[in-house]
Design a protein around this ligand. Structure first.
Ligand SMILES: [Zn+2]
Ligand SMILES: [Zn+2]
Length: 412
C-alpha cells in the first residue's frame, strides 16, 4: 500500500513539474481568457440563456473548452511513449542495423530519437513541443493533433461571439455629431436589462480576447496543417530531414540507389488509421512498424547509419545569401517565414551574407545548423541555431568544395 501511494505521489509530482513551465502556463492562460470571456459575453449580453438558441450556444462553447483541455492534458501527461531503458531488438543480429543511445543504455528502435529535453529515447519522435512541455510522438500524436484542430475551431466560435457582442452593444450607443463620434457606455441598452451592464472594461476584455483568439486560430491552425501532413504521409519532421539527407547522399556519391521512405503505406487513409483509432490507442507498439513493399524493418535505420558514417554529407553545406538579424519572427523574410518560426527554445543565429553554415535539420521555411567559423578567431565557441531557409543557398558538392571557402575567408 505504501509503495503504491509513493508511486502515485511521484507521478503527481512529475505532472506538476510538467505543468510548471512557461509553455503550459501561457497556453492554459489563453484558453482560460478566451473561454471565460466568450461564456460571459454570450450569457450576459449577446445570447442570454433564457432562449433555446442561447442555451445551445453556451453548451457548445463549454464543450469546446472541455474537449480542448481534454486533448491538451492527454497530449501533455500521456506523453509520446519512451523506448524502454536497456531495450534491444529480439534478434541480436539486428543490433547492427541500429544506433545505440548511451544515455538510455539501449538501442534506438526504428523511428525513435533521443530527446535532450525529455532525456529519453522517444518513440516516433516528431518534435519537442514547449507548449505541452513534452515531446510529440507515437502515443500522443492523435491527441496533440486533435488539440491543434479543436483550438482554432473553438477560437473561431469565440471570435464570432466577441465581435457580435461588441457590435450589438455598441450599435445603439454610438451617436454621430458634426465632427465627432460619441459612444455612451453609461446605460445598458438591451431589453430586458442585463444584470451587469456592458461597460468599458467588458469592451476592453472582449477586444483583448478577440485578439488572442484570432492569433491562436492562425498560429495553431498552421501547426495543425503541418501535423496533418506528417500523419497523412506517415513521415515525421525528423524523418523528412533524414530523407532529404538521403537524397543528397545518393546524389553526391552517385550510388544509383533509390531511397524509398518505408513507413508511408501508400494510402493516406491507411496512414491516418495508424494514428487515429477508435480506442484512442495508436496501432502497434511503437517499436515495430509496418513497412511498404520493397522495404524492411530497418530500411530507415540503415540509411541513418550510412548518414552517420558519412559526416561530410550528414550536414549539408549552405551559404548565406541574405543578412539575418537573429530575431524569432523576422518581418522582412516573407509571411511564411514569419508565421512558421520554429516553436522551440533553441536559439537563432544571425547571418551575414557569405557566411557558411552546416545544416543538420530543417523545416519548410527554417533550418537548423552550425556556422562554420574561423576556429582561431572564435576561440572554440560553436554558433548553432535556427535561421530562415530563405536567407541561404545550398552549396553544390564538387571536388574542390573546400577551395573557394578558404579563398573567401582570406578575402574577408
Ligand atoms: Zn536515449
Ligand atoms: Zn522531448
Amino acid at each position: 500500500m505504501g509503495a503504491r501511494r509513493g508511486r502515485r505521489a511521484a507521478a503527481a509530482l512529475r505532472g506538476a513539474r510538467r505543468l510548471c513551465h512557461w509553455g503550459p502556463l501561457v497556453a492554459l492562460a489563453v484558453v482560460a481568457v478566451c473561454s471565460a470571456t466568450a461564456l460571459a459575453d454570450a450569457a450576459l449580453w449577446y445570447w442570454p440563456l433564457d432562449t433555446a438558441g442561447g442555451s445551445v450556444n453556451f453548451i457548445v462553447l463549454l464543450n469546446w473548452t472541455v474537449m480542448i483541455l481534454y486533448n491538451y492534458f492527454n497530449a501533455m501527461f500521456v506523453g509520446p511513449g519512451y523506448v524502454p531503458l536497456g531495450w534491444a531488438p529480439e534478434k541480436s543480429q539486428d543490433c547492427m542495423y541500429l544506433q545505440y543511445c548511451k544515455v538510455c543504455q539501449s538501442y534506438k528502435a526504428p523511428r525513435s530519437h533521443h530527446c535532450r529535453k525529455c532525456n529519453r529515447c522517444v518513440m516516433k519522435m516528431d518534435h519537442h513541443c514547449p507548449w505541452i512541455n513534452n515531446c510529440c510522438g507515437y502515443q500522443n500524436h492523435a491527441s496533440f493533433t486533435l488539440f491543434l484542430l479543436l483550438a482554432p475551431l473553438g477560437c473561431i466560435h469565440a471570435s464570432f461571439i466577441f465581435v457580435m457582442t461588441m457590435y450589438t452593444q455598441l450599435y445603439n450607443r454610438i451617436s454621430f455629431g458634426w465632427s465627432s463620434v460619441k459612444i455612451d457606455m453609461s446605460a445598458a441598452k438591451r431589453d430586458p436589462r442585463p444584470i451587469i451592464p456592458f461597460g468599458l472594461s467588458a469592451f476592453a476584455a472582449s477586444l483583448f480576447a478577440l485578439g488572442l483568439a484570432l492569433g491562436t486560430t492562425i498560429a495553431v491552425g498552421m501547426l495543425f496543417i503541418i501535423q496533418m501532413k506528417v500523419i497523412l504521409t506517415n513521415k515525421t519532421s525528423i524523418e523528412s530531414w533524414i530523407e532529404e539527407k538521403a537524397k543528397d547522399r545518393i546524389q553526391y556519391y552517385q550510388t544509383g540507389e533509390t531511397f524509398i521512405f518505408p513507413y508511408d503505406m501508400g494510402s493516406k487513409w491507411k496512414n491516418f488509421k495508424q494514428v487515429f483509432t477508435w480506442s484512442g490507442i495508436p496501432e502497434g507498439d511503437g517499436l515495430d512498424w509496418p513497412v511498404r513493399d520493397g522495404c524492411h524493418q530497418y530500411s530507415l535505420t540503415i540509411e541513418q547509419l550510412k548518414q552517420k558514417a558519412d559526416k561530410r554529407v550528414r550536414s549539408v553545406r549552405y551559404r548565406a545569401v541574405e543578412d539575418y538579424s537573429g530575431v524569432c519572427c523576422p518581418v522582412t523574410k516573407g509571411v511564411k517565414t514569419f508565421f512558421t518560426t520554429p516553436c522551440t527554445e533553441e536559439p537563432r543565429i544571425a547571418l551575414s551574407k557569405g557566411d557558411l553554415i552546416l545544416a543538420t535539420r530543417g523545416l519548410k521555411h527554417w533550418m537548423y545548423g552550425e556556422k562554420i567559423l574561423d576556429s582561431a578567431a572564435d576561440g572554440g565557441i560553436r554558433e548553432r541555431g535556427w535561421f530562415p531557409r530563405k536567407c541561404v543557398e545550398k552549396c553544390q558538392y564538387d571536388s574542390e568544395m573546400d577551395q573557394p571557402m578558404d579563398g573567401e575567408k582570406k578575402s574577408r
